[in-house]
Design a protein around this ligand. Sequence first.
Ligand SMILES: *Cc1c(COP(=O)(O)O)cnc(C)c1O
Length: 427
Amino acid sequence: MAAMDMENNGDNSDHQIKWKFQGNKDLNAASISVRGILNMLVDNLDKSDQRPCIMLGRGDPTEFPSFRTTPLAVDAVTDALRSFNFNSYAPTVGVLQGRRAIAKYLSEDLSYQLLEEDVYLTSGCTQSIEIIISVLARPGANILLPRPGYPQYEARAAYEKLEVRHFDLVPEKDWEVDLDSVEALADENTAAIVIINPSNPCGSVFKYQHLKKIAETARRLGILVIADEVYGHLVVGSNPFVPMGEFASLVPVVTLGSISKRWIVPGWRLGWVVTNDPTAILRKTGIVESIKNCLNITSDTPTFIQAAVPQILEKTNDEFFSKIIYIMRQAVEVLYETVAAIPCLTCPVKPEGSMAVMVKLNLPLLEDIVDDLDFCLKLAKEESIIFLPGVAVGLKNWVRITFAAELVSLEDALGRLKAFCQRHAKK
Ligand SMILES: *Cc1c(COP(=O)(O)O)cnc(C)c1O
């Protein structure tokens, strides 16, 4: 349309040219992206507010001093860089020593060994999502995604013209998968189900028995399980992290992950796609070949970052991990207790892991707030706090709050949240 208007403006000599290009509207599916909405909230901040803006809207706590990555990881990268050995292009599947180190790292949680050829290195878990969606996007196919979920899957599927069907995560059942709805949604064109565990946005960590039931359901339906474990090991509650790959003898599993969250280096862009394929189904169905072909035509993560992976994985000590978990555990306690004391908010489940939690807005108790987006816009403007409106993750009139934050900042934010809710409460 814009091209037509330009044409009609007419005072230039090019007016007879009919431009044959236009923007790809399939990309507009990504316009309600998390980043898009966060940018809108940031634009709505009151610049005259002297208080610091506290960002609790995304899973990137790098700005908080307690969430600085370990210097050992920085050493690993600088060592790789200074060696001058990694200035070349990387193999499209990833550098061998990096693949091997990830196979070893993930195998520690499995009852079988992954091999280096099961691992493909990517530019973060975001590219892992792009790859697996491209691999599965045949005409007519569909994929089952969780609601609430991680909107990168929806955006990428729309772009690849892969139909999306949503199953529910049930807050009254610790955000477990509604398996009946999964069975009802699937048909002969269903290719896969996506399971995000530990869950962004819910903060849940699935129990072994529930994961097994998901695997059994997927087996019955003949579909692939895509296990997004980008928050693997970021567990603050009592449920241990169990990788979906543990059930790969029942159903083929493709595990997606990265170092972005556990090492708190989302800017380093290093992730992986892993085929858990002990029964060789992923090889027989051409999934493995498609992954390789897809990697042949995409950009690689910088070679020196890939080469640093063995040192990053092997040298990072438990002290670094446990300090982060310790801070997040305290954060969860403070957040959960504060929210429980605010009448217009409900947190149905105390988070067990990841970096985020879903909190429900009780809108009838609020005076002049129409929905979750309105809540977040006013909270940004009046209190300089950024939460993610639930609509961005598929659940209207909820908000997603990130608890990976400096404790003092979180307490400050929660104080402002309380004041905001009191001010807007129905009298
Ligand atoms: C952050 C996140 C990703 C993307 O991870 P990157 O490594 O930063 O690309 C993928 N899935 C989920 C559920 C996430 O929260």
